[in-house]
Every structure is written in structure tokens, then in C-alpha cells.
Ligand binder design. Structure first.
Ligand SMILES: *Cc1c(COP(=O)(O)O)cnc(C)c1O
Length: 434
């Protein structure tokens, strides 16, 4: 349960050289804690291991996994590219000073005003999801007399073995154009003929939490074969390809995960060989890690309020957060483990960790072994860096927790904890009328 980036100093668990007791004192709980060095090292693994001397590679951080000005500032300084999927994410990226040319705009239903925002800010790449979107974009570009680079999202029709909500490439998926669609060649012909759109290649994304490398290899074969077929049929050179994200990482310590240092070089070698075999003029190959870049760096710290015995089942450890700061257990059945951070745990027993929100489903962990949790103990759930903070809700008017980065013994506040006053933002008072 203790992760490699954590250590005990005396009776206090430390992350990035900072004790959780100190973080509790300074920022209160629930608290999202991010190990900055682990994030930076993971980004470096992606940049160093997914590299080729045959083509350029792009590591595109999928900002939907976790975004705020601080982490986007890190992304900028590390030189990663950035995926956004909404006007809000695009706004934040621009505010964080990301070079617009490094921004890729995704989503199955980009709104007209979002496309206008992308055009006006000269962002680097739009990933077209469907033909209605193509027509909308082409019309807008015509008005602005601007040309834009696009990738077309292809659904390769692979079924991966993750949760149904996080599979994206089934035949009934809402994302992209299905590779088996007979109209596809004509669609691509139409896009190529458009004077305002430069179709540079294809994109696919097979799902999330995929821990078997073979699915990505299969995806790359399908998409590269498809690229070859289209360039033969249409006499056109495609220079870009992007295989999306979805690289699986563990949540519980013992979960399966892709070993990135091992997998990425194998994957790039396979792509090089396949491109060579097909003799394709590919210049840029991209991937879009979200979770695998940020998840392991993040943990959530809670304070235990009490332990409640129930008539049946495990004793409940009540903590001061819950599904408002991490919806994933109730939404996807996500499983985590936990440890107590303010005392060394001896003889452990099984407990269930429950949040404080008014839903029976507000259970953070169904079963976890803990050593005598008591009131005011600090409970840390590791590997919560992705899709938690960004999926928060204000249900029960819970206050949005602070986000703090830790590195080399220092802590850096990235997002302030909300106050009760903040709950009034955008609220208008009722006025008696007659
Ligand atoms: C969500 C998403 C990603 C990132 O997925 P992870 O599982 O977080 O790596 C990448 N590309 C696209 C198009 C996505 O929708």
C-alpha cells in the first residue's frame, strides 16, 4: 500500500518530502496531493521512450484527466502537447500560456462557439469526429478565410476489456467514424477536397485503462493499414497519425498495469516497422496519455471522523469527503486501497471506507485492511490523480478541496480550498415581487 514515492519519517507519512500531518494542518482535508517529481519523471519517460529517428513523436497530455493552471504550467514547461475537449479546457490552456499550435481539440460534439474560439486562437490541430462537424468547421473557416490542420477520428472497432463506460471503440460508440462504414472513403475524399481544411491523417483512441499492450499494437496495425488503403485509393499523402491514450495504470498496488518503460519502446519499434513495411510518408506519430501521466502522482488525504459498526458487514470508516471528491468508485466501480498516514499501522483488519454524502452508494473503498483507524487519523488513498478532481461535484454543498503539489520538501498550493462564501458565487437572492 505504501507507494514507491512515499516514505515514513518518524510517525508521519511523507510525499515529496512533505509530511501529511503538515499538509492537513496547512490546507485541511479532503486534500488532493500531487507529487510533482513523479509527474515530471513520468512525462520524461513518455518523451524519452516514445521517440524515433524515423519520424517526430508527440506526447499530448489529455488535460481532461486533471487540469488547472498549475499543472498546465508544468505541461508547458515540460514541452508536452495538450488535448482539450471543450471551450472551458481550451480557455484554461490559453490562460496557462500553452502555445496554441501545441493544442489539439477533441470531442464528439464541438459547439460552434468552441470551434470559433479554436479558429480565432489559431490552435494547432482539430480532430474531426463526424461529417456534420466537418461541414460546420469548413463553413466557419471559409468565413474567417483561414486554413486549419485536422485529423479524422476513426473508430477501429476493437473491443477492449475495460469497463463499458470507458470503452470507446465498439461499433455503437459515440466517438469517431466506424472503419467499416462504407461511406468512409467518400467522406475522406470530400474532406481532402475542401479548400480550408488540410487533412493530415487519422486518429483513434480505443478506450481507457487498457493494460494489455497488444490492443495498442492491434490498433496501430488497423489504423496504419487503413491509412495505406486510403492513400492508395485517393492518391493522397497522409503525414500524421495519432493512436490516442488509454494506457492502463494501477489503482490498487497489486493491479495490473502497463510497464511504460518496457511497453513504449516496443510500441514505437512496432510502429516504425509497420510504417516501413507499408512505405508510408508519416512524419508525426502522436499518443495522448491522460491517466497514465497523472494518476500515480495524485493521492487524496482524508480525516477519519469515526468508525461505525454495522449489524452486518465490515465496520465503516467515516471520512470527511466521498463521492464529491472521487466519484469513480460509485460511477465505474473503481477500486482503491488506502493507508493511515499519521501512525504506523500494526495488526490490520478489514474495513469499508464510506464518505459523508447522502447516498448509500457513497462508498470510497469496499474493503481495505487498516490498522486500528480512529477519530482524527489521516487516511490516504493513493493513485487518485486522474479523473477525480475534474469530476468533482458540489452535491450536499461539499466544499471543493484544495490541490497542493509537493516536491523536494516544499509544498505549492495549486488550487485553494473553497470557502462557504464561494458557494454563493453566481447565486442571486430571491426578491419578493407582487
Ligand atoms: C480520454 C482521452 C484520452 C486520455 O485517456 P486516458 O485513459 O486518460 O489516457 C486520450 N485521447 C482521447 C481522444 C480521449 O478521449
Amino acid at each position: 500500500m505504501l507507494r514507491k514515492n512515499m516514505e515514513w519519517i518518524g510517525d508521519s507519512l511523507h510525499i515529496g518530502g512533505v509530511s501529511v500531518n503538515k499538509l492537513k494542518e496547512k490546507y485541511n482535508t479532503p486534500l488532493y496531493i500531487y507529487d510533482q517529481k513523479l509527474f515530471e519523471n513520468t512525462a520524461e519517460v513518455f518523451m524519452d521512450k516514445f521517440k524515433s529517428d524515423k519520424f517526430e513523436t508527440e506526447i499530448v497530455y489529455a488535460s481532461k484527466a486533471f487540469s488547472n493552471l498549475y499543472v498546465l504550467g508544468l505541461v508547458r514547461s515540460l514541452g508536452l502537447d495538450l488535448d482539450v475537449v471543450s471551450g472551458g479546457e481550451l480557455f484554461l490552456a490559453l490562460k496557462a500560456g500553452i502555445n496554441p499550435q501545441k493544442i489539439h481539440f477533441h470531442g464528439n460534439n464541438k459547439l460552434e462557439e468552441e470551434l470559433i474560439m479554436a479558429i480565432e486562437n489559431d490552435i494547432g490541430l482539430i480532430i474531426i469526429d463526424n461529417m456534420a462537424e466537418f461541414h460546420l468547421l469548413s463553413g466557419l473557416l471559409g468565413k474567417y478565410k483561414k486554413k486549419m490542420r485536422v485529423l479524422l477520428r476513426i473508430n477501429p472497432d476493437i473491443v477492449t476489456d475495460t469497463h463499458k463506460f470507458i470503452q470507446t471503440s465498439n461499433a455503437d460508440s459515440k466517438f469517431g467514424l466506424n472503419i467499416r462504414d462504407e461511406k468512409l472513403t467518400n467522406y475522406i475524399k470530400e474532406i481532402i477536397a475542401d479548400p480550408y481544411i488540410e487533412l493530415v491523417g487519422f486518429h483513434s483512441h480505443i478506450g481507457s485503462q487498457v493494460t494489455k499492450g497488444e490492443f495498442f499494437v492491434e490498433e496501430s496495425n488497423i489504423l496504419l493499414d487503413f491509412t495505406k488503403k486510403m492513400s492508395n485509393d485517393l492518391g493522397y499523402e497522409f503525414t500524421n497519425i495519432n493512436f490516442g491514450g488509454g494506457f492502463g495504470v494501477s489503482q490498487k498496488e497489486k493491479d495490473p498495469s502497463l510497464d511504460l518503460e518496457e511497453f513504449l519502446p516496443e510500441f514505437i519499434k512496432h510502429i516504425e516497422e509497420k510504417i516501413g513495411e507499408l512505405d508510408l510518408p508519416i512524419k508525426i506519430v502522436g499518443i495522448e496519455p491522460g491517466r497514465s501521466l497523472i494518476n500515480q502522482a495524485g493521492s487524496t488525504l482524508y480525516t477519519v471522523s469515526s468508525v461505525k459498526e454495522t449489524l452486518e458487514g465490515l465496520p465503516l470508516v467515516f471520512v470527511d469527503g466521498g463521492m464529491s471528491d472521487n466519484i469513480r468508485p460509485s460511477l465505474y466501480g473503481a477500486k482503491y486501497d488506502a493507508l493511515i498516514g499519521n501512525k504506523k499501522e500494526s495488526s490490520k483488519k478489514s474495513y469499508r471506507v464510506a464518505g459523508k454524502l447522502c447516498e448509500s452508494g457513497d462508498i470510497l473503498i469496499d474493503e481495505v485492511e487498516l490498522g486500528n483507524p480512529e477519530k482524527d487519523d489521516l487516511l490516504l488513498i493513493p493513485s487518485t490523480g486522474a479523473y477525480t478532481y475534474v469530476m468533482q461535484s458540489h452535491y450536499n454543498k461539499m466544499l471543493s478541496p484544495a490541490v497542493v503539489f509537493v516536491k523536494d520538501g516544499k509544498d505549492y498550493l495549486a488550487v485553494r480550498r473553497e470557502s462557504y462564501e464561494d458557494l454563493l458565487i453566481n447565486n442571486l437572492e430571491y426578491e419578493e415581487r407582487n
